[in-house]
Design a protein around this ligand. Structure first.
Ligand SMILES: Cc1ncc(COP(=O)(O)O)c(C=O)c1O
Length: 360
């Protein structure tokens, strides 16, 4: 068996321990004589899996009792519609557009009501987070929306926006469980799990109970109502059962590693190795305003498209996979999620130094 260092932005590297455990349980899950993939989602064994997953996530994130945890399908993109359908009571919402994913969410919301772009960093290719301390928040806004960590551009909100009392909704797909969060600051926080937690397709929504309403926008499909999933403990229909099982294992792995405080410390150490190198390099440079840098996604360039391509190719040959930047921005991007070991980043930097010596 040979595993590479996988810097993919998502689906992304998962903890090897989790994959090994899942492999060992593949044919016979704890004496049931079947795989979790083959198991009824109404079975006792599965009930334990999903309940433990929720309990462990609640413990990790310190989720208050007045928030529901929903394990849903459709990826993060389905939330772009589900959020306005369920929360746009006044049909008004404010969006802070800091990248392609926030922009897509904003465009989707425009289909359902008056979505206002109250701030944007598109003027400088989304390379920074705008000042959100005193934005023109709409008086009748049902919520203010952010994408907290911008996977493509590598920026992160270090302080949450001042929503002037309005409900904050956040997409945390690419920073999920990478550091402690204060859930009470949000009305709804959600993320696709395929970066930091598990297999693509599952999306986790953490929503304050008062936002779960019967009177959603007319025509909202049953499957897209938070209330339906909340009332049924995420088992209204067949959930993405195997995916949730893997998420549960990752939650246990995180708890064993010391929880989110420990993860934050580890992620900061890891990111610093790469950022420090970029700041000192004669060849490579980071593309993002320093104070807005993400701990999870690190974009960088050489300044020459040709050299960028050469770097990606040679890195791949050396066992560093998926370093090519997003197709919309080019350059390189190293995604260094929770499961990327610090050795992976150290070895990448070693390789970059060698490449620099040969090409600068
Ligand atoms: C921040 C963010 N939001 C949303 C998405 C879309 O996720 P999905 O493909 O699960 O719909 C992505 C995907 O990479 C993302 O990075």
């Amino acid at each position: 068996m040979s595993r590479v260092y996988n810097f993919s932005a998502g689906p992304a590297v998962l903890p090897e321990e989790v994959l090994q455990e899942a492999a060992a349980e593949m044919l016979d899950y704890r004496g049931t004589g079947m795989s979790v993939m083959e198991m009824s989602h109404r079975s006792k064994a599965y009930d334990t899996i999903i309940k433990e997953a929720e309990a462990d996530l609640r413990e990790l994130m310190n989720i208050p009792d007045n928030y529901k945890v929903l394990f849903l399908q459709g990826g993060a993109s389905q939330q772009f519609a589900m959020i306005p359908m369920n929360l746009m009571k006044n049909r008004v919402a404010d969006y802070i557009v800091t990248g392609q994913w926030a922009k897509k969410a904003y465009q989707e919301a425009c289909l359902y009501g008056k979505a206002n772009k109250i701030a944007s960093s598109e003027d400088e290719t989304f390379s920074y987070i705008p000042d959100c301390s005193d934005l023109p928040v709409s008086e009748d806004a049902d919520y203010v929306y952010i994408c907290e960590n911008n996977t493509i551009y590598g920026t992160k909100f270090k302080t949450l926006p001042n929503t002037k009392g309005k409900t904050l909704v956040a997409d945390v797909s690419s920073c999920f469980l990478s550091e402690p969060v204060d859930v009470t600051r949000y009305g709804l926080v959600y993320g696709g799990v395929q970066k930091n937690i598990g297999p693509a397709g599952v999306v986790i929504v953490i929503i304050r109970e008062d936002l779960i309403r019967e009177d959603v926008l007319p025509g909202t499909p049953t499957m897209l109502k938070y209330k339906v999933h909340a009332d049924n403990g995420s088992l209204y229909n067949t959930p993405p059962a195997y995916g949730i099982y893997i998420c549960g294992k990752v939650f246990k792995w995180l708890k064993k590693r010391g929880g989110l405080e420990a993860m934050k410390e580890y992620n900061e150490r890891k990111a610093k190795i790469l950022y420090d190198f970029l700041d000192a390099s004669r060849l490579f440079r980071g593309t993002v305003r320093k104070e807005d840098r993400s701990l999870m996604n690190v974009p960088f360039v050489t300044g020459s498209e040709e050299l960028d391509a050469k770097f990606v190719k040679e890195a791949k040959e050396a066992g560093f996979e998926n370093l090519k930047g997003h197709r919309s921005v080019g350059g390189m991007r190293a995604s260094i999620y929770n499961a990327m070991p610090i050795e992976g980043v150290e070895k990448l930097v070693e390789f970059m130094k060698k490449f620099e010596a040969e090409n600068a």
